[in-house]
Ligand binder design. Structure first.
Ligand code: MG
Length: 315
């Protein structure tokens, strides 16, 4: 039987590359220029983040509030401190901001020293990107769409059924169902996707709990993050739990990856995508662990690392 997800699965000589937020290492994240550039350099999967505006338009941006380090207003003034919530702005108000560059001296700019500084880049709507990838030359690319949601902060998102249906409506309008996967750390979102579009492949993001986590861990058994599920429901195995929940993809943080669990996931039919591997050592470790896909801010770098060992990412 034809595998509808074969373009995302590893194959002999092939490991897939997903450009994270386009190619955050070299171009402003989650911008149309970043996505186009990633496609233009021969990487045919991009990862992107979706939130929804006050007027219920799905837009492509990661943080629930406008981020000071990357936001200038219409007069060119930098955002000082945390900006307004995406959910509290209309699309028109949101797109008045320029997100084309990182403010010098901020931690974020220091973290991405090679990111181009551009002017007049707007937070795109999901429909704007969907339109671009629905026609040549980009009508063969894939979107790995992350739906942002945090159980403790419902004010940042619409009610989940409306949130998901708004995103699905865009994908339907541009007939993209065969070239998208939907991922979330909040597995209640994935349950909602399963209800509304059962055939759409769902990707379960995971980040294990640990002492002093720098980000929110979501693998907390019985929590809302996991939609109430527990690893004990699947003999203690996270990949088995995701397979049992009908997931198509497991997307673990790179530091949580174990080769035996990757093999177990793949034996259950799951695709395994590592996030977010950026250094050569992180990229190599994920390749060695046998993952299907590398989610990276540096897609060109990942490509060169694959080529150096006789591998590629397309075909
Ligand atoms: Mg993301």
């Amino acid at each position: 039987m034809l595998d509808p997800l074969s373009a995302l699965r590893k194959a002999p000589g092939i490991v897939r590359i997903h450009g994270h937020r386009g190619a955050r290492g070299v171009l402003p994240e989650n911008t149309l220029i970043g996505f186009r550039n990633t496609f233009d350099i021969g990487v045919d999967v991009v990862e992107l983040d979706v939130l929804t505006t006050a007027d219920d338009v799905p837009v492509i941006t990661h943080y629930p509030r406008l981020m000071a380090a990357s936001t200038r207003d219409a007069a060119g003034r930098w955002q000082e401190g945390p900006g307004p919530a995406i959910r509290d702005l209309t699309l028109a108000a949101l797109q008045a901001y320029d997100v084309g560059g990182l403010r010098a001296g901020t931690d974020y700019a220091t973290r991405f020293p090679d990111q181009a500084f551009l002017d007049n880049q707007r937070i795109p709507t999901l429909a704007e990107l969907a339109e671009i990838v629905s026609r040549p030359p980009y009508d063969g690319v894939w979107l790995n769409i992350e739906i942002k949601s945090k159980p403790s902060r419902p004010e940042f998102t619409p009610p989940l059924p409306d949130y998901v249906s708004g995103i699905l409506a865009v994908l339907e309008r541009f007939r993209l169902f065969a070239r998208v996967i939907l991922q979330s750390f909040d597995w209640r979102i994935l349950q909602e996707v399963a209800k509304q579009a059962p055939d759409l492949p769902r990707s379960h993001l995971s980040y294990l709990d640990r002492p002093d986590p720098p980000m929110d861990p979501n693998i907390i058994d019985g929590s809302d993050w996991m939609a109430g599920a527990s690893r004990a429901d699947a003999g203690g195995s996270l990949p088995d739990l995701i397979a049992d929940m009908g997931g198509a993809v497991w997307s673990p943080h790179y530091s949580d990856i174990r080769a035996d669990e990757v093999a177990r996931a793949q034996a259950r039919g799951l695709i395994v995508n590592a996030w977010t591997v950026n250094s050569p050592a992180e990229i190599q470790a994920a390749i060695d662990a046998g993952v299907d896909g590398l989610i990276t801010d540096y897609p060109a770098r990942a490509g060169r690392i694959l080529l150096a060992q006789g591998l590629t990412w397309r075909g």
